[in-house]
Unconditional design. Structure first.
Length: 200
């Protein structure tokens, strides 16, 4: 397996991984009527707006994982609202009532990128997402993907990066605790981790 920069022809594979890991690390296929919806929320905007911070795990020509991120979360939210969301508003309208299902919650998040700003971590302005297929997990590849994007963020001048993990995804919570991240905040649903990049 090798890590390389994202290419446009990787898009479908990244979306598929996003779907297959979209339920707190498990397959979300049964929870959505549109299999592209998790990707539209959690992968597509990064690939469109920050392709220089997108890397994939290439397993003999097949994509087995990816890491994506944004250098400046606040600027990313602005770009998301101006340049990404208009592509999807007609085909994926927001829920008309408080979201009750997994799909409705995804649509709600799609239309509220400002959720990425709460809680706020000024010392860790960048953020990232990493996902791997089950067959690529537990082999050091997730850590390698994280190190790759941390190196890229550091080179771009970021002082720190953060991420959020659903509390019920115990495997991911343990992974970040071992990967040089410290817990910054938690609530009933999620745990937030951060890592300083200056002097790292």
């Amino acid at each position: 397996m090798a890590i390389r920069s994202f290419r446009p022809d990787d898009l479908d594979a990244v979306y598929e991984i996003c779907l297959r890991t979209g339920d707190a690390g498990s397959d979300a296929s049964r929870l959505v009527s549109d299999p592209d919806l998790p990707g539209h929320v959690y992968a597509g905007p990064y690939l469109a707006l920050c392709p220089e911070l997108a890397f994939v795990l290439d397993d003999d020509g097949a994509v087995a994982g990816y890491v994506i991120g944004a250098l400046d979360t606040r600027a990313f939210v602005d770009a998301y609202r101006e340049r990404w969301l208009p592509r999807l508003t007609s085909s994926h309208p927001p829920p008309v009532a408080p979201p009750a299902t997994h799909e409705e919650r995804l649509l709600d998040v799609l239309h509220r990128p400002e959720l990425l700003l709460t809680p706020s971590f000024p010392e860790h302005p960048s953020h990232l997402h990493v996902n791997l297929l089950p067959g690529a997990q537990g082999r050091g590849q997730g850590r390698a993907l994280v190190e790759t994007i941390c190196d890229a963020l550091r080179a771009a001048g970021s002082p720190g990066v953060h991420l959020g993990v659903q509390r019920r995804n115990g495997r991911a919570v343990g992974f970040y605790a071992r990967a040089g991240f410290e817990q910054l905040h938690d609530d009933a649903d999620a745990v937030f981790f951060g890592r300083a990049l200056r002097g790292d």
